[in-house]
Ligand binder design. Structure first.
Ligand SMILES: Nc1nc2c(ncn2[C@@H]2O[C@H](COP(=O)(O)OP(=O)(O)OP(=O)(O)O)[C@@H](O)[C@H]2O)c(=O)[nH]1
Ligand SMILES: [Mg+2]
Length: 203
């Protein structure tokens, strides 16, 4: 898919105020600093469409971008646990769970994980939470430029082993590097495929 236009639409923390249009939507989520905003810039070939930073916590709001005037890309803040007072129960930040609970336009989520790290409980728990709520997702491994090909293979295998303990099949996944422009075509083709299939289904 060729990206002809990419425009910032709005930022907000209130899911009810997100764009009302029913255009298909794709959300990028993961821990702070994993490279969500950088990935959106790579996909759109716009250097600073989404704001990036070396310091974790740069993106604080739900950011909508309109692509080719017919679908939305969404840049979300990094997730962490929100503390529930007087309880040790862990929950994800409220507006993140609200976003996923309320956005009917969402076609699929992309969960970003840093390829260098071993599977982290918070990422596995978030995938679990999406699964329990019937929200489809793919995994996007980021920062592949930081590892040699063999190490990339080993890290993906380690992830598969852990996921297959709870999931019947390995979710769809992509290997990417925003600094080396890796994985862009595969991701855009996948989104294009989903956009086309959605149109066929609604006809
Ligand atoms: N080497 C390398 N660095 C990357 C890559 N993608 C992002 N980074 C760096 O990682 C840092 C965080 O990138 P962001 O895109 O701001 O990450 P984010 O997930 O949006 O972070 P928050 O908005 O804070 O949650 C920046 O210093 C980026 O330059 C990549 O593919 N390779
Ligand atoms: Mg960000």
């Amino acid at each position: 898919m060729h990206i002809k236009s990419a425009e910032f639409v709005m930022s907000n923390s209130d899911v009810a105020k997100c764009p009302k249009s029913m255009l298909p939507e794709y959300a990028f989520i993961g821990r702070s600093n994993v490279g969500k905003s950088s990935l959106i810039n790579m996909l759109t070939s716009r250097k600073s469409l989404a704001k990036t930073s070396g310091r974790p916590g740069k993106t604080q709001l739900i950011n909508h971008f309109l692509i080719n005037k017919n679908w939305h890309l969404v840049d979300l803040p990094g997730y962490g646990y929100a503390r529930v007072s007087k309880s040790s129960k862990k929950v994800f930040q409220k507006f993140i769970t609200q976003y996923f609970g309320l956005r009917e336009q969402l076609v699929t989520a992309f969960i970003l994980v840093d390829i260098r790290h071993t599977p982290q409980p918070i990422d596995l728990e978030f995938m679990q939470w999406l699964g329990e709520n019937g929200i489809p997702f793919s995994i996007v491994f980021t920062k592949a430029d930081k590892l040699k090909p063999k190490a990339i293979e080993n890290h993906v295998e380690a992830y598969k082993t852990i996921l297959l303990e709870t999931w019947e099949t390995m979710p769809n996944y992509f290997i990417t590097s925003s600094s080396k422009n890796i994985g862009k075509d595969a991701l855009l083709e996948y989104i294009d495929y989903l956009n086309t299939n959605m149109k066929l289904e609604s006809n």
